[in-house]
Design a protein around this ligand. Structure first.
Ligand code: KIV
Ligand code: ZN
Length: 516
């Protein structure tokens, strides 16, 4: 493959993905996801927006120090203080990029920035030049390009490329574009900007009309050679283009696309699960590539066809994106080495012996309750082990629930609050309701439950249930997750996971760009 055939994958799960309400991540969670993205071999990891808050700054700094093989990027508005902060956060990175942006659409320039077009060009050029003081690798985005005038975009892009931007990214910030039109825009920009050959053209599409992947792919067909995307399509509002869909479309349809990525696609499912576990955003079963049903054939005709020849109904191999056979692999008597070996086979590595030991002890607990342990159980167990936050305020010590026909369910819970045990009792409409009320009788969080969902990790009545809980307080939203063979316990774990996030200081109040 020649250089021009390489499609650069720029992952923004840790920045734009984090702008989904409730998806905020701690510094350590960001580092875990960044390492998984590095194993996936993404080219660029956008780790955050350093000026947004001290927490954001530290997270970008920690990712910059932990990652060796991917480029680490920090976002900055086109103003000196943002760029200096991003430069500082990225110091020490093996390979650093600063991504600076300013809006170029008439509505954003007039209503939001209150700047004249000439001032916008001037600010964009100054920002790129300042960013070049910190790194040779500078990306510029004309925000809301999808609604900007093409002539003005050409003018801005020519000026920023001249000033030293090696990547120019065309964002469809509000997800307004339609594939044919967006593809034509990319083609025109490449044709009309005189120095377009000096920069890589990138796209960044939002999914408000469900077209983010389609728009990104049309842009690729028209010469874009970087796509900005997120794991599971996470992101502001309806999300960004989903990494797994873009990558697998390009790889599966080599006959259509004259480029390919350098990704190790067998890491996709692991990344998807990790991001879902950490953010508490479940993946819908019919989601392409990473949904539980993405490779499941229900109808008899399909099953028969696939058994005779896989290609009759399958265009990709499940194992190529990291789905394993979900074999029954381990049991109660399996040892630590077998446990570690199977995890390695499914692409999970531990950073330290302590992490392995913690996961192994959870495995033993699970094996006591569940006869057969499947690959999916292992994945959930490892994600669940990583859900524990540093300095957790509340821990579940014990839970007893009584639920009987004709009686009101009752829950007795014991929590450790800042290391001190406290007990609570409550009645509820059902066992889960009673458990949540018993927890609240101790923590008095003042939160409102916005979402409660349960899904099973494997099949069978002894399967683990995976619960997501979303809590809201004063406009701040957090998601929590928990897994257990007992769904009431899984629910209590998820509730406490969300509560523990809520009581930690927010990285920023509203992780939206305009609020900085
Ligand atoms: O959607 C958008 O315009 C952005 C920019 C910062 C690239 O996220
Ligand atoms: Zn965006």
């Amino acid at each position: 493959m020649s250089n021009t055939d390489r499609l650069i994958i720029f992952d923004t799960t840790l920045r734009d993905g984090e702008q989904s309400p409730g998806a905020s991540m701690t510094r350590d969670e960001k580092v875990r996801i960044a390492k998984a993205l590095e194993r996936l071999r993404v080219d660029v990891i956008e780790a955050g927006f350093p000026i947004a808050s001290p927490g954001d700054f530290e997270a970008v700094q920690a990712v910059a120090q932990a990652i060796k093989d991917s480029t680490v990027c920090g976002l900055a508005r086109a103003v000196d203080k943002d760029i200096d902060r991003a430069g500082e956060a990225l110091r020490g990175a093996n390979s650093a990029r600063i991504h600076t942006f300013i809006a170029t659409s008439p509505i954003h320039m007039k209503m939001k920035l209150r700047l004249q077009p000439d001032q916008v060009v001037e600010q964009a050029v100054a920002a790129v030049k300042r960013a070049r003081r910190y790194t040779d690798n500078v990306e510029f985005s004309p925000e809301d390009a999808g609604r900007s005038e093409t002539d003005f975009l050409c003018r801005v892009l020519e000026a920023v490329i001249e000033a030293g931007a090696g990547t120019v990214n065309i964002p469809d910030t509000v997800g307004y574009s339609i594939p044919e039109q967006f593809g034509a825009l990319i083609r025109q920009l490449r044709e009309r900007v005189p120095n377009s050959d000096k920069a890589v053209f990138s796209v960044h599409c939002h999914n408000d009309l469900g077209l983010a992947v389609a728009n990104s792919l049309t842009a690729v067909s028209n010469g874009a050679r970087q796509v900005e995307c997120t794991i599971n399509g996470l992101g502001e509002r309806a999300g960004n283009a989903s990494l797994e869909e873009v990558v697998m479309a390009v790889r599966t349809r080599k006959d259509v696309f004259s480029c390919d990525t350098g990704l190790d696609t067998t890491q996709i499912v692991n990344c998807s699960r990790l991001v879902s576990g950490i953010t508490g955003f479940p993946v819908q079963p019919n989601k392409a590539i990473v949904g539980a049903n993405a490779f499941a054939h229900e109808s008899g005709i399909h099953q028969d066809g696939v058994l005779k020849s896989r290609e009759t109904y399958e265009i990709m191999r499940a194992q190529d994106v990291g789905w394993t056979q979900n074999r029954m692999v381990l049991g109660k008597h399996s040892g630590r080495n077998a446990f570690r070996a199977r995890l390695l086979e499914i692409g999970i590595e531990f950073e330290s012996e302590e992490e392995l030991n913690a996961a192994f002890s959870r495995f033993k607990d699970l094996a006591d309750k569940k006869h057969e342990i499947f690959d999916d159980d292992l994945q959930a167990l490892v994600t669940d082990a990583g859900l524990a936050l540093e300095n957790e305020r509340a821990k579940l010590m014990s839970l007893r629930v009584c639920s009987e026909t004709g009686e009101t369910p009752r829950a007795d819970v014991v929590l450790s609050i800042d290391g001190k045990e406290e007990a609570g009792v409550a009645l509820g409409g059902g066992p889960v309701d009673a458990a949540f009320k018993a927890i609240e009788s101790i923590v008095s969080s003042g939160t409102e439950l916005q979402l409660y969902s349960v899904s099973n990790i494997t099949s069978g009545t002894d399967a683990q249930g995976e619960v997501t809980v979303r809590l809201e307080k004063g406009g701040r939203i957090v998601n929590g997750q928990g897994a257990d063979t007992d769904i009431v316990i899984a629910s209590a774990k998820a509730y406490l996971n969300a509560y523990n996030k809520m009581v930690q200081p927010a990285l920023r109040e509203h992780p939206q760009i305009g609020d900085v």
